[in-house]
Each structure stands twice: as C-alpha cells, then as structure tokens.
Design a protein around this ligand. Structure first.
Ligand SMILES: C[S@@+](CC[C@H](N)C(=O)[O-])C[C@H]1O[C@@H](n2cnc3c(N)ncnc32)[C@H](O)[C@@H]1O
Length: 345
C-alpha cells in the first residue's frame, strides 16, 4: 500500500502534456479495451490465476474468441499483457492498471454518453438529467473498485481513532462502507441514507450479506430535506460520527444554500464528535507538464452535468465559515481527493 505522504506527489501524474495525437487517440481506444476486459472478468481471472488461457476463458464464458483475442492483442500492444501462444499474463504496467481499473469503469462505463455528447450539451441540444444520463450502476461500481483498491485502508486508519456507537453515512449508495465499518466495530450501529430508491434496495441486500439486519438501516431520503426541511430519519440525530464520500459537492449545488450546508449538518447531527467528509477537489493549476489519472475526467464530467466542484481551499473556507474545525485533510487515494476530518468548532 502506498504511504500517505507519497500520494500527493503522485497526484502530479505521469502523463506528459501536451498529449501528442498518437497518445491521445491510443489512450481513448486503450480505455475502452481495458473497460471491456474488466466487464468480461478478464482482470479478475488474471488476478485469481496469475494468467489466462484465452481459448478456455472464451469457452467457459461463452464469448466470441475473435473479439476477445482482438481485445487481448490490443492490451498487449498497449503494454499491459504478455501473450505467449494463447496464454496471457499481466505485465508490471498491467498490474498497475488493474489497481486503477475503477477509474475506467467510472469514465468509460459511467460517463461515456456524457463525454460523447459534450458538443450537444454545449449547443443546448441535450441536457444532462433530461435526455442524457450517466450509467449510475457503472459509476457506483467504479467508485467501489477505486475504494477497495485505493481508499479503504486510509479510511480504516482514520476510523480506528474514533469513538462511535452510531455511524451515519450520507449519500451512502448501497450502504457498503457503513456496513463494513459497523461489522468491524461490535456494539455499534449504522444508518446509510441515500436518495436513490434502487441503491437503498440494494443496501438492504448489502446489510443481509454482512448479517447486520436490525443493526444497519439503509434509508431512502434526500439529505437536503434533512438539512433544510426538518425531515427526520429515526435515530440519525444520535450519530457520533457522520460521514459522506464523493457526495459533499452534491449538497452544495444550490448557491443560495451553499453556505448553510455545514451549519445545518452540525445542527442535524448535534451529538456528532466527528464528520468524515471525503471528496475530490479541483486540481491546482501549477503549470505542471504532467497529468494524473481521473482529475481531467472528474472536472469535465461535472462541468457537463452543471455541478460545481471545489478546490481544497474552497472546501476549507466553507468548513471554517460553517463552524467546523478541520482536524486533518488526509490524502485519500484518488488524485486530488481528500478525507476531511472535522469536528464542530
Ligand atoms: C458519487 S455517489 C457516492 C456513493 C458512495 N458514497 C460511494 O462513495 O461510493 C453519490 C451518492 O449520493 C446519492 N445522492 C445524491 N444526491 C442525494 C441527496 N440529495 N440525498 C441523498 N443522497 C443523494 C446518489 O444517489 C449516490 O448514491
């Protein structure tokens, strides 16, 4: 696992700019090849078995061998696989890219329609959320893959320092994190709040899988209603620790209410000793000649969706104005992503 202090150095990235046309075009194709191999379970098989016999893999999974071989050959050209006969193994770079596969699931799987329709969005011919949608399932899967590869151990280190009996996760998705953390802390309980009905239903399955029925409660609710419309989720006001991941910017979309969000969080969770708010920030523009993975996609995707995103400094000012004291800003795995550890001032 990468030590925290080397993470921020890595955030400068290694993709040299300007990207020459060869790199740009091949990067586009390569991202699709990687996403396809991930969807077919090829990376999982590589991880489990160390190598993949392509013919056997196609037979077992009822796949067209010509198509799979062209994907494998693409991945070999991009330097991610060694192929001998019909057997493929990951190269060193192939191992690295497997660790980062969640970003490809997120970008190619989740946002392909949005990126492909950027010109239509600019012309006003199509609008995000009206006649143009991201693939929510792929966004969620990509986030989960990035979490387990890059972030989970960092959250565990932070949570180990905290006392809690009741843990609340806002924008909890399928309640995976809250279930995992409650499972690891006997005697605690959790609530995962999400606006999505389907995510909340899947959350019930997560809770079953962890054997936590009655201990972790996935609740379908709009967090903005909790903050601004006195909507009450039973037990949530007892939270000792409140967390949210990749969600804070969603609460800040409305400029009229933006400055009120932090004070309202404090008021809605009066007993919380700690707020753990993880989110990706705008990449600082330092005239660097390299780019990291993810940041350019995160920034463009949110611009196309009309959702503002913030720099680290803007978040810190918002916390300060809202009466939360920043205990720590922990570099949180993905580039320019922080886990803000806060307490009521
Ligand atoms: C980017 S996802 C992050 C999910 C999860 N926290 C993770 O890190 O994988 C944002 C989540 O916030 C939920 N969400 C968006 N707006 C919301 C709101 N106003 N109230 C509650 N949940 C909301 C979405 O349904 C989605 O599950």
């Amino acid at each position: 696992m990468t030590p925290v202090h080397t993470l921020t150095e890595q955030w400068q990235g290694e993709a040299p700019t300007p990207l020459n046309p060869d790199t740009a075009f091949n990067g586009f194709i390569c991202a699709h090849v990687l996403h396809a191999l991930e969807r077919l379970g090829f990376f999982r098989r590589l991880q489990d078995d160390g190598s993949v016999d392509v013919a056997a893999f196609c037979r077992e999974n009822d796949l067209d061998p010509a198509v799979v071989r062209s994907l494998v050959s693409g991945a070999e050209s991009f330097g991610y696989l060694h192929v001998r006969g019909d057997r493929a193994e990951a190269t060193r770079s192939g191992e690295d890219v497997r660790q980062a596969i969640g970003f490809f699931t997120w970008g190619v799987g989740g946002y392909h329609d949005i990126f492909a329709n950027a010109a239509s969005i600019a012309r006003g011919d199509r609008r995000f959320g009206v006649d143009l949608h991201r693939d929510e399932g792929m966004v969620a899967l990509g986030s989960a893959q990035a979490d387990s590869a890059l972030m989970r151990h960092l959250l565990d280190q932070e949570i180990a320092r905290l006392d809690f009996t009741t843990l609340v996760d806002l924008g909890a998705g399928v309640s995976e994190r809250v279930s995992r953390l409650v499972k690891a802390r006997p005697g605690s309980r959790g609530i995962g709040i999400d606006i999505s009905k389907s995510a909340t239903e899947l959350g019930a399955e997560t809770v079953e899988r962890y054997g936590l029925r009655g201990t972790v409660e996935p609740v379908c609710a709009d967090v903005l209603d909790i903050l601004f419309n006195d909507h009450r989720v039973e037990g949530a006001d007892q939270a000792d620790v409140v967390m949210s991941f990749m969600f804070l910017h969603d609460l800040l979309v409305d400029p009229q209410r933006r400055d009120q969000v932090i004070p309202r969080l404090r008021a809605a969770f009066p007993k919380a000793n700690t707020f753990l708010l993880g989110d990706t920030t705008v990449r600082p523009r330092n005239g660097d000649s390299t780019l990291p993975i993810f940041s350019s996609g995160f920034e463009l995707a949110h611009a196309l969706m009309g959702v503002p995103i913030y720099s680290r400094e803007q978040y810190e000012e918002l916390f300060d104005r809202g009466g939360m004291r920043l205990r720590n800003a922990v570099p949180f795995g993905a580039p320019h992503t922080y886990l803000f550890v806060l307490e009521a001032a």
